[in-house]
Design a binder for this molecule. Structure first.
Ligand SMILES: Cc1ncc(COP(=O)(O)O)c(C=O)c1O
Length: 407
């Protein structure tokens, strides 16, 4: 875990998961999001969900854009983007002149990877927990340059953060030119010690790209304290901004010079100028990020994150105990998500994953994620403000049955 961001107000009142939290959070909040009340939403981590108030803010920006498009794009948007970046930078623990918007973590990571130079046999190091889209982006860059993707195994269950750092350390060679590391992994729902890995990179003179797709709004985040060269992330997952609200943050190092995927008029004018101008597009998701930050703060900010995490740990512990389904990591490394290995030796294929997902959804109304970790299928749950313990009733039995029925 990273240091608690000092720029967010810290509340020291009631403990998380106490009585006050039980009434403050839960299903009654579903209507703030407009989520279907007939579904048990246990996969916030998949695509996030945007509250109606934040969507309203986004619509407001769209109306303003369409009221006079030339004026909006030429006179207003440049300043508006920087104002939104200033608010986001304060939330993330970085500075606005080192923060730019992209559509999502995928395009942010591709922008970084495709801005770097690699030579034949250079190695790009990651772990076998890497998100597959990013793995493919590295494979693409490698295929064009002759570089090599090297994946180190981090065995399950992950008990200590040091196991991850040591796996990375053991994978470094004279030819390692880049470390690509997830902040919160998708399939195994594990918080990786990105600060320690960034420090290892600095010690060995190897740049580090952190994929923080899940992190904002899920874990306490202080990007500059992490000290990576590049940090990409999403505001549309746990921060609940509209879809398409990604960002890329760069370190102070001169090596941080990267370019957007679409080169446009501002080429050569510097990092933020280039990313702020990538052709005509709807910037309303980015402009609504400050509204999402306010929404998150209203729900408790750090206290909400702590409550979600504590509830996820409780639920995961009891499902594990009831079913024998092992968790991918110790509670100390778990965010407000948990991944539990499904029984039945299911093949870790898309088809098997879809079968289990659909079985749980069609029979029980559980919207879950069925992920792959350590070569096996896992049931991944998420806890957001609108979830309560009762949402998970029957999930243990259903998970067991789904695993067996789909085998
Ligand atoms: C670890 C990780 N990286 C990247 C992504 C991609 O996010 P996006 O599709 O918003 O680019 C995800 C999505 O779940 C993820 O879990």
């Amino acid at each position: 875990m990273t240091a608690t961001a000092s720029h967010e107000p810290q509340r020291k009142d009631a403990s998380p998961c106490g009585e006050e939290d039980a009434s403050r959070y839960g299903r009654h909040l579903l209507s703030l999001w407009g989520l279907d009340p007939n579904v048990c939403h246990l996969n916030h981590g998949g695509y996030g969900a945007t509250p109606l108030s934040v969507l309203g803010e986004q619509r407001g920006w769209q109306r303003r854009m369409e009221s006079n498009p030339p004026r909006f794009f030429m006179n207003e948007l440049p300043g508006l983007l920087r104002a939104a970046a200033t608010e986001l930078a304060a939330f993330l623990g970085t500075e606005p002149d080192r923060l730019a918007f992209v559509d999502n973590a995928t395009s942010g990571a591709s922008a970084v990877l495709r801005s770097l130079d690699f030579a034949p046999d250079d190695e790009i190091l990651t772990t076998d927990h890497v998100y597959n889209a990013l793995r493919n982006a590295v494979r693409y860059v490698a295929s064009r340059t002759g570089a090599v993707l090297r994946e180190v195994n981090v065995p399950l269950p992950v008990r200590e953060a040091d196991e991850i750092v040591e796996a990375i350390r053991a994978g470094l060679t004279q030819r390692t030119r880049l470390i690509v590391i997830d902040h919160v992994t998708s399939g195994s729902a594990t918080i990786f010690p990105v600060e320690a890995i960034a420090a290892l990179g600095r010690e060995r003179g190897i740049p580090v790209l952190v994929d923080g797709a899940h992190a904002p709004g899920l874990v306490d985040l202080d990007i500059d304290a992490i000290g990576a060269d590049w940090y990409v992330g999403n505001c549309h997952k746990w921060l609940c901004a509209p879809k398409g609200a990604g960002f890329v943050a760069v370190s102070r190092a001169p090596a941080a010079t990267i370019h957007p995927l679409a080169i446009s008029h501002a080429y050569g004018q510097g990092f933020t100028a280039e990313f702020d101008k990538t052709g005509t597009r709807d910037a309303s998701a980015w402009l609504a990020i400050p509204a999402a930050i306010r929404f998150h703060a209203k729900l408790g900010g750090p206290r909400l994150r702590q409550r979600n995490r504590a509830l996820a740990a409780t639920i995961a512990g009891s499902i594990s105990q009831m079913t024998g389904m092992p968790a991918t990591c110790s509670p100390a490394l778990a965010p407000a998500m948990a991944a539990l290995r499904l029984p039945g030796d299911l093949p870790a294929t898309r088809e098997a994953s879809a079968r289990v997902h659909d079985w749980l959804y069609d029979r029980h109304g559980f919207e879950t994620a069925i992920t792959t970790a350590g070569g096996a299928l896992h049931l991944r749950i998420s806890v957001q403000a609108y979830n309560e313990a009762g949402d998970f009733e029957g999930l243990a039995e259903a998970g067991l049955a789904a695993g067996r029925a789909s085998a």
